[in-house]
Design a protein around this ligand. Structure first.
Ligand code: ADP
Ligand code: ADP
Length: 228
């Protein structure tokens, strides 16, 4: 589903972030990408959704070379969740989530109904949360809104960059479990970045271990990664 072939990225200032990376993320699997800070994880995700361009190599999404795709069209098929989910502070939660369907041209009523459905899906009771503002949410609740928003256009692919990194360990464990259930239920293809090996092993159907410079040190089932 997601395929990287010989992908490299050297930033304009000469920093080598990724070198010669080959990686296959099969459909409906959750692959975790784990490695120390600065090893190129975020850079890899940003290349897949074309926030930045690789300096070499090819990236395919469902067989299509992403460099040939219209970026707007491409991102409709990709949900993106980052650690610091940026919510519009002056819009309530339902409106925040309805932004994407609205951008897609859905009518207001339909977009709002979809937003309420999504809030429910990520465990935020719409009756309680729809009219709250971002500052009235906990960190964990904000991350849930981030997941809801990423799911709004029903994309087949989710890219997640340390999605549960900013919340305390107990909340994190709950969000992880709930997300795993959701992923299986919805059948999404997920590439998720983390620096936490425990999280990588717990969540991944397969675990890609990165060394410095975005080089793939290992790509295997979680049990095999732990045994190494
Ligand atoms: P990770 O997500 O694994 O922490 P990143 O992909 O953010 O790593 O960064 C990989 C390397 O690229 C790091 O050395 C980082 O400092 C560098 N880097 C990231 N973004 C830029 C940029 N815009 N310009 C120059 N160097 C960058
Ligand atoms: P933030 O709101 O965290 O600052 P942006 O302003 O970049 O992030 O994004 C605004 C909205 O667009 C968010 O819903 C985000 O999930 C979505 N988005 C941004 N970039 C992408 C992308 N490359 N693919 C899919 N969705 C994206």
């Amino acid at each position: 589903m997601i395929r990287l072939e010989g992908v490299a990225k050297t930033y304009e200032d000469g920093t080598v972030a990724v070198t010669g990376l080959d990686l296959d993320v099969p459909a409906n699997t959750l692959v975790t990408l784990v490695g120390p800070s600065g090893c190129g994880k975020s850079t890899i995700l940003k290349m897949v959704n074309r926030l930045i361009e690789p300096t070499a190599g090819r990236i395919y999404l469902d067989g299509t070379d992403v460099t040939d795709a219209d970026p707007v069209q491409l991102r409709r098929g990709i949900g993106y969740v980052i650690q610091q989910v940026g919510l519009f502070p002056h819009q309530d939660i339902a409106t925040n989530v309805a932004t994407v369907p609205s951008l897609l041209g859905w009518d207001k009523k339909k977009a709002r109904a979809r937003a309420l459905e999504l809030l429910d899906l990520v465990g935020l009771d719409p009756a309680q949360f729809a009219k709250r503002y971002p500052h009235q949410l906990s960190g964990g609740q904000r991350q849930r809104v981030g997941v809801a928003r990423a799911l709004a256009a029903d994309p087949p692919v989710l890219l997640m960059d340390e999605p549960f990194g900013a919340v305390d360990p107990i909340v994190r464990a709950r969000l992880q479990d709930e997300f795993l259930r959701l992923q299986r239920e919805l059948g999404k293809t997920v590439l998720m970045v983390t620096h936490d090996i425990d999280e990588a092993v717990k969540m991944g159907d397969r675990v890609a271990v990165l060394a410095g410079g975005g080089r793939l040190a290992q790509y295997d089932a979680p049990a095999a990664v732990l045994g190494a």
